[in-house]
Design a protein around this ligand. Structure first.
Ligand code: NAD
Length: 486
């Protein structure tokens, strides 16, 4: 399906989705969406203004009381239909993601399946929001705890998983009874707009989900979090922008969930099953061409097996087919934009200056689009700059160690704490090491941790709160305590 084009999705909205209507921006502005495989313009979408942002909040406020009062079973069934519609339209969604984000179709299909599962999971959770009743320790009264929707939510998502980062927020918000405004990343607004259509078709009432593509993200998000009707901000993106938004949210003390950057260490202990470790490394590093917050960013491999591990990893990475994401046999698509490709090139050049040895790749291929070759770097010094930054590209720097405690210390030596990976054949040792790794998630003999049924999130500067699992819904609920005498 290399010739897929947008005309094949005739119901794709290209304007703002506010209060159940598709409307142009208040000032008529539009912005282009670029195909990263060619650098060409795919289409343009309405560019939301501050006025439009406040119209989204009006729509969400207008729908809030009725949605919060809808029976949980009814909300669950709407989400279940959204899951089914996503599954029915998975091919279109995957092509759309691949077109605007660049990722290989296999990755895009994986994302659609993962994204849809958030609707199924939260359809199941919607009917399980529990409260509590207990007798006060003094015996004087009862303590009743109700769970109520937190209120109107502003959801801000990144470009690297345009469908899944949206459903991971919309699913629990709708299950909890909240209404939302979604501000998708400007590089990938089309997937979010198609999701708005799917949710409408699933029976989500007008105003419950509003989608606001906007290039002036700072201005529109700031206006919304300063509107006293907005009570929740859920953001996925870089730590840098997360810090700005935490400050913005402080003015009205808005409840915040933050899924921020990562710098995942991937530890291969000397007793690891090497084949399994290389398989896991390929997933942890190469899913989405390395453009994942969970991407393995630093490989710490025991010196006894480092040569063999690196040789096998380089062999597997060299065999990957690089090309436009929408071509069926592509395994590694282009990066999302020129800035990303240039940043990866700069990090690799810096690592080489720091003393790393390039055993595979190490350059941008000579073709249009924002490509970077799968790359393996050996002998990376422990102090190399590349180990301190999110690479967000198909580059695997390998560092050796001889002492387990030293490896754990290096793994934890970062301001991030999203996910870590450990490979060992000794499960007890693996659990002991997992406990010592300072991250919200650990992949133990696994290169993939994301699961709608599990609490996803980070420690330190990787974020606040959890998405997915039962915990994910609690982020959209407020406990109300009623002291009762009866
Ligand atoms: P980004 O921070 O640049 O942008 C994220 C979103 O915020 C976009 O919608 C963008 O338009 C918006 N934005 C940018 N500046 C803003 C501002 N001043 N005010 C309000 N909104 C603003 O991130 P990105 O480049 O789109 O995504 C990559 C980053 O996201 C990486 O750091 C990655 O690790 C992180 N990420 C984290 C997770 C997670 O779950 N922890 C998941 C995916 C991506």
């Amino acid at each position: 399906m290399g010739d897929f084009n947008l005309a094949q999705i005739p119901d794709l909205p290209l304007d703002l989705c506010i209060g159940g209507k598709t409307v142009p921006a208040s000032d008529g502005g539009r912005f282009d969406v670029i195909n990263p495989a060619t650098g060409e313009v795919l289409t343009s979408v309405a560019d939301g203004t501050v006025e439009d942002a406040l119209a989204c909040v009006d729509a969400a406020a207008g729908a809030a009381a009725a949605w919060a009062a809808t029976a949980p079973r009814e909300r669950a069934e709407v989400l279940r239909r959204a899951f089914e519609l996503m599954r029915d339209r998975s091919d279109e969604l995957a092509h759309l993601i691949s077109l605007e984000n660049g990722k290989a179709l296999t990755d895009a299909r994986g994302e659609v399946a993962y994204a849809a599962e958030f609707f199924r999971w939260y359809a199941e959770e919607a009917v399980r929001a529990s409260g509590a009743v207990m007798t006060a320790p003094s015996g004087a009264n009862k303590i009743v705890v109700l769970q109520q929707p937190v209120g109107i939510c502003v959801l801000v998502t990144p470009w690297n998983f345009p469908a899944a980062m949206a459903t991971r927020k919309i699913g629990p918000a709708l299950a909890a009874g909240c209404t939302v405004v979604l501000k998708p990343a400007s590089d990938t607004p089309l997937t979010a707009l198609l999701m708005a259509r799917i949710l409408e078709d699933a029976g989500v009432p007008s105003g419950v989900v509003n989608v606001l593509p906007a290039r002036r993200s700072g201005a529109v998000v700031s206006a919304m979090v300063h509107d006293p009707r907005v009570r929740k901000l859920s953001f996925t993106g870089s730590t840098e922008v997360g810090r700005i938004l935490l400050r913005e949210a402080a003015d009205q003390v808005v409840n915040c969930s933050m899924e921020l950057g990562g710098n995942a260490p991937f530890l291969v202990l000397e007793d690891a099953d090497l084949e399994a470790a290389v398989d896991g490394a390929m997933i942890a590093k190469m899913r989405n061409a390395g453009e994942a917050c969970t991407a393995a960013n630093r490989f710490y491999v025991h010196a006894d097996i480092a040569d063999e591990f690196s040789r096998r990893l380089a062999e597997r990475m060299a065999a990957l087919r690089v090309g436009p994401g929408t071509e069926d046999d592509t395994e590694v698509g282009p990066l999302v934009n020129e800035e990303s490709a240039a940043k990866v090139a700069e990090l690799v050049e810096g690592a080489v200056r720091d003393g790393a040895r390039v055993v595979l790749g190490g350059r941008r291929p000579d073709r249009p689009g924002y490509y970077y070759e799968p790359t393996v770097l050996l002998d990376v010094p422990r102090t190399a700059g590349i180990l301190g930054e999110e690479i967000f590209g198909p580059v695997a720097p390998v560092v050796t160690f001889t002492d387990e405690a030293d490896a754990i210390r290096m793994a934890n030596d970062t301001e991030y704490g999203l996910v870590s990976y450990v490979y060992t054949s000794d499960l007890a040792r693996g659990l002991r090491v997992s406990e010592q790794l300072d991250s919200g998630m650990v992949g133990l003999n696994r290169g993939l941790v994301s699961d709608p049924a599990a609490p996803f999130g980070g420690t330190k500067q990787s974020g606040v709160g959890r998405e997915g699992g039962h915990e994910g819904m609690l982020d959209y609920l407020e406990s109300k305590y009623v002291a009762v005498t009866w």
